[in-house]
Write a protein that binds this ligand. Structure first.
Ligand code: AMP
Length: 349
């Protein structure tokens, strides 16, 4: 067990790190953020901050010396330079990060555990794309294998791809899934193998970005949760996982279709701060510090979380005047289109 008072290192400085650090502070831990961006919103609430690039081995080694355990809130942290962390404990295991960073690897991993992703094929050239479209059919989605998030690095392919100029990166082509709804499975696994699931949120994305999560789900999703949870539990066991793990699915006739895996706390779990007996952030901290896990049961009749995105005008006093609302703002200075600025959780008690 890592006792309260010790320092947790967090790779990445965004809102997930900020909310992790706030949960860690409640349990008496210090946090040290490592991020390349000087304006990291997580660093604002932490005692320690190393602002350095991902390939700065000396900075990574210095950061590691200050931390009793290291976790990550950003899944595109490059893996090779992490050797500079030396003997430090990194949780969730780096293998989970490696698998989730590559859409091809994560789909193969899910398949190896009995999961069903959309039909997919790796694409490294226009010839590969033509072959993939011929084999899988169109419409489909072409995605970068790495570094994509919030719908970035994705192109809809309507039929033939002749006019497309491919980016010089490994890609993956996937069938477009005609889904009835989207949902995610959120679990936490402790070092002793104990697994807890939060209630499943039904998620709505707009423009590839999560807009809203609702608990409980509609019946069309509820009937698909059991097999999705089984896959998530198998993934956690196979990776010897410790911490919060999120798997995203499409609910389609015939069963859940695996979309992707995030080896970290997740936007579709923000509702757990007020809506569950223990939040995803607190349970992640408990798991990586070797503490007993908290109860993940629902703490309200229902919860709805909506993201505050970009520079849309919001009436904060009106939101705060309604006692059902809880407002979270991440302290980001510049609102850009598509940027996650905060979220509002609404409880039905
Ligand atoms: P991703 O970054 O892969 O999670 O994609 C973001 C969002 O785009 C998903 O949550 C879906 O709403 C949509 N999307 C991604 N892949 C597919 C697919 N193969 N079929 C249908 N919709 C998709």
């Amino acid at each position: 067990m890592i006792p309260p008072g010790e320092t947790i290192g967090i790779l990445g400085g965004g809102q997930l790190g900020r909310m992790l650090a706030m949960a860690a502070a409640q349990l008496g831990y210090r946090c040290h953020i490592y991020a390349p961006e000087a304006d990291s919103v997580a660093a604002e609430v932490c005692g320690g901050f190393t602002c350095a690039g991902w390939y700065d081995g000396e900075a990574l080694a210095g950061f590691a010396r200050d931390c009793a355990v290291i976790t990550y809130e950003f899944e595109n942290v490059p893996v090779p330079p992490l050797v500079a962390l030396g003997e430090s404990t990194v949780l969730p295991p780096i293998r989970a990060l490696e698998t989730a960073q590559d859409r091809l690897a994560e789909k193969r991993f899910a398949e190896s555990l009995g999961g069903v992703p959309a039909a997919f094929a790796p694409v490294d050239s226009l010839a590969d794309l033509a072959a993939a479209v011929a084999a899988i059919g169109a419409p489909g989605i072409l995605k970068t294998r790495r570094d994509g998030y919030d719908g970035k690095g994705q192109w809809r392919i309507a039929s033939s791809a002749a006019a497309l100029e491919l980016p010089d990166k490994p890609l993956i082509y996937e069938a477009l899934v005609e889904f009835a709804a989207e949902f995610s499975v959120l679990l936490v696994r402790g070092a002793d193998g104990d697994i807890r699931f939060w209630d499943t949120p039904e998620n709505v994305h707009r423009g590839g970005i999560l807009a809203q999560s609702t608990v409980p789900t509609s019946p069309r999703v509820a009937e698909q949760v059991a097999p999705a949870r089984e896959l998530a539990a198998r993934a956690a066991q196979a990776l010897d996982y410790v911490g919060v793990l999120t798997l995203e699915f499409f609910a389609r006739d015939g069963g859940p279709v695996f979309n992707e895996m995030a080896p970290r706390v997740h936007n579709s779990g923000h509702w757990t701060i007020e809506g569950a007996l223990t939040s995803q952030f607190e349970n992640h901290v408990r798991a990586i510090c070797g503490l007993p896990l908290g109860d993940a049961a629902l703490a309200a009749k229902g919860v709805e979380m909506r993201n505050v995105i970009g520079d849309a005008a919001e009436d904060w006093p009106a939101i705060l005047s309604d006692p059902a609302n809880r407002l979270h703002l991440y302290g980001k200075a510049a609102a850009r289109p598509g940027r996650k600025m905060g979220h509002v959780t609404r409880l039905t008690l």
